[in-house]
Design a binder for this molecule. Structure first.
Ligand SMILES: [Zn+2]
Length: 168
């Protein structure tokens, strides 16, 4: 008989998000745990999903952007911190989606990426690193080679991932 005390209390909203999309739920849990200051889902979300994020003590905002073709896209950002939502909104609302080094640095800062990994990615995206594939897959940033920060993050990310996996 499993010891039910080992199981964390179900987080309101998380089960709903997991049913919609596992990756969305993983991002939401990483962010509500404070491992990521802010996260972005590159699509609009319906009211039910937004409510689920809010039930995890986060603030949400839909941000309008434009792409090269001229069409609008709606992104959803969420964070425990209204100030980070505000930073994102002020910088990116009604702007074109871009991949400049400056943008990658600011996004990386907001998303909780190690600065060394951001700089390496700007020079050469997906440069060879020494992480096993299953560890790289837990992350949203591409680890730089011999990263000094990522190995410290991985156990925390793995705990969140495993916790989400046991939720039905
Ligand atoms: Zn690094």
């Amino acid at each position: 008989m499993p010891d039910t005390n080992c199981h964390p209390n179900p987080i309101p909203g998380l089960r709903t998000l997991k049913a919609i999309d596992f990756e969305l739920a993983y991002l939401a849990l990483l962010t509500s745990e404070g491992l990521k200051p802010l996260s972005r889902w590159e699509k609009p979300l319906d009211e039910r999903s937004l409510e689920s994020l809010r039930r995890m003590d986060m603030v949400t905002k839909q941000i309008r952007r434009t792409v090269k073709t001229g069409s609008d896209v709606i992104e959803t950002v969420f964070s425990r911190s209204p100030a980070y939502i505000d930073l994102y909104e002020k910088r990116f609302e009604n702007t074109a989606v871009d991949k400049s080094a400056e943008t990658q640095r600011f996004e990386g800062f907001l998303f909780g990426y190690p600065p060394c990994c951001i700089e390496q990615y700007i020079i050469e995206p997906y440069a060879r690193n020494n992480l096993p594939e299953h560890e790289q897959k837990l992350l949203f940033h591409w680890a730089c080679s011999n990263c000094a920060v990522t190995p410290l993050l991985l156990p925390a990310y793995e705990r969140v991932y495993n916790r989400l996996n046991i939720i039905e």
